[in-house]
Design a protein around this ligand. Structure first.
Ligand SMILES: *[C@@H]1O[C@H](CO)[C@@H](O)[C@H](O)[C@H]1NC(C)=O
Ligand SMILES: *[C@@H]1O[C@H](CO)[C@@H](O)[C@H](O)[C@H]1NC(C)=O
Length: 290
């Protein structure tokens, strides 16, 4: 910017630099994993809610933030809530190692939990309004966070993931791909999937995040079966039937079906949609109560 332009802007009393995605160099905590933390504080903060938006594989906080199909910046500008954008140091999030699949295990999930704690203090967030969303690898991480940090997260809206613990690596490798799970061959009973979640934070008996689960029927990256497996998992955790109490066709749009499983679990099956289902800002915000 030319000095004269800057001076003119000052003279008009409004240097409209505008809110920007900004890195938080040190968000604290003792997790060994150190993914980057980026935050977007809108020009007009009108809400004490926080949305954590978690990117997919081969992406980053900046790329996800700038992706026109990822609408959370718009949501933040419109409704005035703060968004946090974690940025992985590996191609995909680590949703396979024991450390990331355990409460306070020191892995990526632990680091994102530390970002949430930092944000609650720094941006005066209401701890009862902490929301998590993500697509693909970010959706897998959303499930892992719901399982490992139920004490921190209020609700989740995830797009095209797999159940928490489905990408486990038998050798303990971090950020490993698991083709059994991605191919839809990791199948278990609701009880078994629920046990996987409960084992990630043994003894925890507090409230759990409400789960909204989106998946496309022709997903060739993370097989559609992962929808059913994820539904089994969270309905079991909430102690409700894996049979929907209602199924609404063409909701929230044509060819999408919304399956209700009581107040805490909602599934949205996108007929004819591949990988990954685009974020639906209005429906996710509604699930979050924003
Ligand atoms: C992939 O995940 C499944 C559980 O979904 C697990 O049983 C299997 O051992 C994993 N595969 C590898 C190679 O780690
Ligand atoms: C469950 O919660 C209660 C009350 O918060 C606590 O006293 C109890 O120790 C918890 N149970 C387990 C197994 O942690």
């Amino acid at each position: 910017m030319h000095t004269s332009t800057f001076a003119t802007a000052l003279a008009f009393g409004s240097v409209a630099l505008g809110a920007q995605l900004t890195q938080v160099p040190n968000y604290g905590g003792n997790a060994r994993a150190r993914p980057g933390m980026w935050v977007y504080v809108p020009d007009q903060v009108k809400s004490d809610a926080l949305v954590v938006a978690i990117h997919s594989c081969q992406s980053s906080a900046q790329a996800y933030f700038q992706n026109s199909k990822i609408p959370w910046k718009q949501g933040s500008d419109r409704k005035g809530y703060v968004t946090v954008w974690p940025s992985s140091t590996t191609q995909c999030w680590d949703v396979s190692s024991k450390s990331s699949l355990s409460h306070d295990g020191g892995g990526d999930s632990n680091a994102i939990a530390n970002m949430i704690k930092y944000a609650i203090t720094q941006y005066k967030i209401d701890p009862a309004k902490v929301f998590v969303t993500g697509g693909s690898s970010g959706a897998m991480m959303s499930n892992v966070l719901a399982a490992t940090y139920p004490d921190l997260i209020t609700a989740v809206s995830l797009y095209s993931g797999v159940p928490a613990g489905c990408f486990v690596s038998s050798s303990g490798q971090s950020a490993a791909w698991n083709s059994t799970c991605s191919g839809g061959q990791s199948r278990a009973s609701a009880q078994q999937w629920g046990d996987v979640v409960r084992a990630m934070y043994p003894g925890y008996n507090g409230t759990r995040p409400r789960m909204q689960i989106w998946h496309g029927s022709v997903d060739t990256t993370l097989a559609p079966q992962n929808y059913q497996e994820t539904i089994k998992q969270w309905t079991n955790v909430f102690g409700v039937s894996e049979t929907p109490t209602s199924s609404k066709p063409n909701t929230p749009e044509m060819n999408y079906r919304t399956d209700d499983f009581g107040p805490n679990v909602e599934g949205i099956w996108a007929q004819g949609v591949g990988h990954s289902v685009p974020s639906h800002l209005d429906a996710s915000e509604a699930w979050f109560g924003l």
